[in-house]
Design a protein around this ligand. Structure first.
Ligand SMILES: Cc1ncc(COP(=O)(O)O)c(C=O)c1O
Length: 420
C-alpha cells in the first residue's frame, strides 16, 4: 500500500521510490511513513518541512535525543584511531566498555561477565544458549506469555503465546488486574512437577512493551525469581527496551527488585548505534567456548564507543534523575489527554514508557495520523499502532516540560479531528 500525503511532494516521491526498491517486510506499518530529513534534540524534521515532537526515541533507542552534542563528541573521541572491526583482536575500548557496563549493574551481583551481540534478539539467543549449554540434559524453555523477544531464532520461539518450538512452555503474565500470587505460583509449580529437572531457563520481559504496555506488580517478578532459585533454573530478564533509564531506574531489575541470572540489553544501550549484550553469572557466560558466541559485528568499535559515550552523558547529566522528573510530567500530560478525549480508554505505564489504549484499532491508527498533521507545519511523531489499539509513548529521556506542553497542545488540536 503506497502511502501519500497532501502537500508533501518531496516525501511522496521518496515514499514512492522506496516502494520500488525496498521490500515491504523491511518496515512495520505506520499510517504516516514520515520521511525524515533532520533530527535535533527531541524534534524530527521532515523533507517537506514539518516539525514533530518525537514520542518514540526511534524505537526506544535514542534515549538521549538527537544530535546530542556531548554524546557525539565523546563517541568520536572513544573510537578515534581504532579499526571499525576488531575481530580476532583485543581493543582497550572493548574491555573498557564491558567493565563500565558491568559496573552500572552493581545492584545485581549476578552481572559478572558479558557477551556482546549485534541486536536484541541475538542477545536473547545468546542468553538462552548459555543456559542450554550449562544444562545439556534440560530441554524445556519456559517463557512468560505475550512477551516480545525478537523475531529470530530462539528469541522468536519464546515470543507471544504460541511457539513453533515444541519445547517451549508459556506461563501467565498479568495483563490488567493481576491474579493473586497463588495463581501464578500454582502454574509454575505445575510446570516444575510436569518436567522435573528438565527446565533449562525462564525468560520474561520486565513489562510487556510490544503487547501494549502492561506493567506487572513487582511481586510478580520476585515470585518468578524465587521459583527459579528454588529449582536452580536461570532467570533471564529481557531488558532490551527497558535498560538505560526507561523505567526511571538505570535498569528495570532495580525497579522490580530482582537480581536476574542473565540480563539482556539492547536499544538505548548505545543511543542509536547497533549494540546489544547479555550480562550474567560467570558460570553461565563461561560455558560458551571459543567462537560459540562470536559473530562479525558483536562488540564492534562503534558499539563500544557509543556505550561509553552514553555512559559518560548519563553520569555527567544525571540522565536517570532527569528521566524520573520528565516521567512525572509525561504522566500528567497523558492523563490530561485521557480526560479530554472519550476515545482514550486507559493510560498505563511507568517512568518514561506508556501506552495509550484507544477504543479500537481504527481510532489508534487515526490518532497516529492526526498527531502527525496536527497543524499545517507541526505535529507529534508516534510509532505506528503496532500494539493494535494501544499507542506506545516513549520520548527521549531528556525531553523538557516545554516540549511536553508543546506536544500536549498539538495533540489536543490534532485529536479533536478524530471521530468519536
Ligand atoms: C523486549 C525486547 N526484546 C527483544 C527485542 C528484539 O530486539 P532487536 O529488534 O534488536 O532484535 C525487542 C525489540 O523490540 C524488545 O522490545
Amino acid at each position: 500500500m503506497l502511502i501519500q500525503h497532501e502537500n508533501e511532494p518531496l516525501g511522496n516521491a521518496i515514499r514512492k521510490a522506496m516502494s520500488n526498491c525496498i521490500g515491504l517486510g523491511q518496515s512495520t506499518y505506520t499510517p504516516t511513513q514520515m520521511v525524515v530529513a533532520k533530527a535535533r534534540g527531541r524534534h524530527l524534521y521532515t523533507v517537506d518541512g514539518r516539525r514533530l515532537v518525537d514520542f518514540t526515541s526511534g524505537v526506544l533507542v535514542q534515549n538521549l535525543g538527537y544530535s546530542h552534542k556531548k554524546f557525539e563528541r565523546y563517541f568520536e573521541r572513544h573510537r578515534k584511531n581504532l579499526p571499525r572491526n576488531t575481530y580476532n583482536m583485543v581493543s582497550p575500548l572493548h574491555v573498557k566498555a564491558s567493565e563500565r557496563l558491568l559496573k552500572t549493574m552493581k545492584n545485581n551481583p549476578n552481572a559478572q561477565k558479558l557477551l556482546w551481540a549485534a541486536s536484541g534478539s541475538e542477545g536473547v539467543q545468546k542468553a538462552m544458549w548459555t543456559a542450554l549449554k550449562r544444562y545439556p540434559h534440560r530441554n524445556i524453555l519456559a517463557a512468560t506469555r505475550f512477551g516480545f523477544h525478537g523475531k529470530k531464532g530462539l528469541a522468536g520461539d519464546v515470543t507471544g503465546d504460541a511457539s513453533p518450538n515444541p519445547n517451549v512452555r508459556f506461563i501467565s503474565f498479568p495483563l490488567g488486574e493481576p491474579q493473586p500470587a497463588a495463581y501464578y505460583q500454582a502454574e509454575l509449580d505445575a510446570l516444575a512437577a510436569e518436567f522435573p529437572g528438565q527446565i533449562a531457563l525462564l525468560i520474561t520481559e520486565p513489562y510487556l512493551g510490544a503487547k501494549g504496555s502492561y506493567h506487572p506488580p513487582a511481586w510478580y517478578h520476585q515470585l518468578l525469581q524465587a521459583w527459579c532459585n528454588s529449582h536452580d533454573i536461570p532467570f533471564i530478564f529481557d531488558e532490551v527496551q527497558s535498560c538505560f533509564g526507561r523505567t526511571g531506574n538505570m535498569y528495570a531489575f532495580e525497579s522490580y527488585g530482582v537480581q536476574p541470572d542473565l540480563v539482556v540489553l539492547g536499544k538505548g544501550l548505545a543511543n542509536g548505534e547497533p549494540a546489544a549484550a547479555v550480562a550474567g553469572r560467570a558460570d553461565l557466560i563461561d560455558v560458551l567456548k571459543y567462537g560459540e558466541g562470536s559473530d562479525t559485528y558483536s562488540g564492534a568499535t562503534s558499539a563500544c564507543a557509543a556505550v561509553c559515550a552514553a555512559l559518560d552523558v548519563f553520569e555527567e547529566e544525571k540522565i536517570v534523575k532527569c528521566a524520573r522528573k520528565a516521567g512525572k510530567k509525561l504522566k500528567a500530560v497523558l492523563e490530561i489527554l485521557a480526560k479530554s478525549f472519550d476515545f482514550i480508554t486507559e493510560v498505563r505505564g511507568e517512568g518514561m514508557v506508556y501506552g495509550i489504549e484507544m477504543k479500537d484499532d481504527a481510532t489508534a491508527n487515526q490518532c497516529v495520523l492526526e498527531a502527525y498533521r496536527a497543524t499545517k507545519r507541526k505535529g507529534v511523531h508516534f510509532l505506528g499502532p503496532l500494539a493494535g489499539k494501544v499507542l506506545r509513548v516513549s520520548p527521549p529521556l531528556t525531553i523538557t516540560n516545554d516540549e511536553l506542553e508543546e506536544a500536549l497542545a498539538l495533540l489536543k488540536k490534532g485529536w479533536a479531528r478524530v471521530a468519536t
